[in-house]
Structure formats: structure tokens, C-alpha cells
Design a protein around this ligand. Structure first.
Ligand SMILES: O=P(O)(O)OC[C@H]1O[C@H](O[C@H]2O[C@H](CO)[C@@H](O)[C@H](O)[C@H]2O)[C@H](O)[C@@H](O)[C@@H]1O
Length: 258
């Protein structure tokens, strides 16, 4: 129905799943420094309404982060790489019991103490160690967390953009997408997932396996059938679609691509 840029045409048959960092918002120097362009939350709200509620965020972050960045919008979501789900009716579910993070936390805390340029992010079901400001420490961080993971049954090491995360093994965004797709208002729709990182590939594969579309944002190998350059292109697609669908909605013109 609507075709801003070379991304899938969206209409009311679809369900939309969106990664956050590197997809909806540009990568920033620190997790708390991301900027949500004016109009983005309004456009997401308008799209959610146009899709009968079938729009969800799928993120590695805790859900509280997403709610803060998109306030007052509260969307269905998969948080912490799929460990936590929030359905359209507001119900939340942990896909697994919150694990004992002791060994990973101890290893990460020791590293941060020795190297203050590193940044530790503690989550309910995982630990993220950011080395964006000390790339020379990547190998050291990986070795320390890999060793910690040996003592943590059921946990695995995930590599993202300048970050190493200890997370639940076997839980990923692909499983989260499948779980949300089995519930209203997602069930029976065609899923479209957009993401930028290797951590998004499971959801790209899951969306395509359900007859939908996967969009890879930025460079790098991917199973996705669609590609776009950057979060700006994603936002242009979403905002163009939202404006065409809900022209009367309070979506500012011009600003959101910033
Ligand atoms: O699944 P996502 O929504 O893409 O979340 C993945 C991780 O994103 C955050 O870290 C990344 O973005 C930061 C802000 O741009 C950046 O500073 C960092 O280097 C990136 O790795 C977030 O902090 C993590 O918890 C998420 O897992």
C-alpha cells in the first residue's frame, strides 16, 4: 500500500517487530546517551493503531529502558534478548527463571574496576560489558566472560556492537517473535522484523520462516531479504507510512529523520 524508500509495503495485514539500538535510534557512545528523535514515538503509536496493536519492540535492553525512551508510549515488547515478554494486553512473562549472574557479575566488576573505560550494565537475566571506549580490551573481556560462563550452566556469551553479554542460552529474539506471534493481535498476521546486529538474526529468520520479511539495517552478513542503510532510513520508512496512514495524528513534519 505505502512505499517510502525500498522497504516492504505495509498494510493492515502485517505485524511489525522493531529492534531498538542501531535500528530505531542511532548508536550512541553510551547506552544512556541515545537520542530519540522528536516524532518517533508518535509515529510508532500511530502505526501501532493502524496495525490493530500489532507492533512490538524486540531489544536486548531491559523493558524499563525502552519505556523511558519512548514515554508515554508503552508497546508490546521482548526485552533482554527475548528473556522477558510483554504482550499486547500488558501481561508480562519471563521465558525462563532469572538466572544466578554471580560469576559473570564478579568477572565484569573486576574488569571495570581495573579499567574504568569499560561499562557494566546489569540486567534481570544478563550482564553486558561494553568496551566501546576501550576497544583494545575486547579480547581480555571476552576471555574473562567466557571463563565465567563455564561456571554458569544455561548461560551463553553473546557478542553485539562493542558489547559482550552473558545471557540465557537458547533464549533469543526469534523465540520471542514466535511467542508474540502466537497471541492476539499478532496471531494470523504477516511478521516484519527490522534489526541491525547479529543478535537480530534469529528474529529475521523467524519472521521469514513465518512467511514474513526480515530487514537488515546497515552492513554485514544477514539472512534478511531486505536491506536499508541506517536507522535514518528505518525512521523515514516508519514515519512516511505513519503519515500516510494517520495524516491527522500528531506527527511533526520534517524533524524525525534527525
Ligand atoms: O537489541 P537492541 O535494542 O539493539 O539492544 C542491543 C544492546 O543495545 C545497547 O548497547 C548498544 O547501544 C548503545 C547505545 O547506542 C551503545 O553505546 C553500545 O555500544 C551498543 O552495544 C544496550 O546498552 C544493550 O543493553 C543492548 O543489549
Amino acid at each position: 500500500m505505502i512505499a517510502p524508500a525500498a522497504l516492504p509495503l505495509l498494510d493492515a495485514r502485517y505485524a511489525l517487530f522493531l529492534d531498538f539500538d542501531g535500528t530505531l535510534v542511532d548508536i550512541a557512545p553510551r547506552p544512556d546517551a541515545v537520542r530519540v528523535p522528536p516524532g518517533l514515538a508518535g509515529a510508532l503509536g500511530a502505526l501501532q493503531a493502524a496495525l490493530g496493536g500489532a507492533l512490538a519492540i524486540a531489544t536486548g535492553r531491559p523493558l524499563a529502558d525502552i519505556d523511558r525512551f519512548l514515554a508515554p508510549l508503552v508497546l508490546p515488547a521482548a526485552g533482554e534478548h527475548g528473556a522477558l515478554l510483554r504482550f499486547a494486553d500488558g501481561r508480562t512473562e519471563n521465558l525462563a527463571q532469572p538466572p544466578d549472574l554471580g560469576p559473570a557479575l564478579a568477572a565484569a566488576q573486576a574488569l571495570v574496576q581495573a579499567h574504568p573505560a569499560l561499562l557494566l550494565e546489569r540486567k534481570q537475566a544478563g550482564v553486558a560489558l561494553h568496551y566501546r571506549h576501550a576497544p583494545e580490551l575486547e579480547a581480555l573481556c571476552r576471555a574473562a566472560l567466557l571463563q565465567a560462563v563455564q561456571a554458569m550452566p544455561g548461560m551463553a556469551l553473546l557478542e553485539g556492537k562493542c558489547v559482550l553479554e552473558v545471557k540465557l542460552r537458547g533464549i533469543d529474539k526469534g523465540r520471542a517473535l514466535q511467542a508474540l506471534m502466537s497471541t492476539p493481535p499478532f496471531a494470523g498476521r504477516v511478521p516484519v522484523f527490522a534489526g541491525d546486529d547479529v543478535t537480530d538474526e534469529s528474529a529475521i529468520v523467524a519472521a521469514q520462516a513465518l512467511g514474513g520479511a526480515g530487514i537488515k539495517v546497515g552492513a554485514g552478513a544477514s539472512a534478511a531479504g531486505w536491506r536499508c542503510n541506517d536507522p535514518q532510513a528505518v525512521r523515514a520508512w516508519l514515519l512516511g507510512t505513519a503519515r500516510a496512514w494517520a495524516p491527522a495524528a500528531s506527527i511533526p513534519t520534517g524533524a524525525p529523520h534527525a
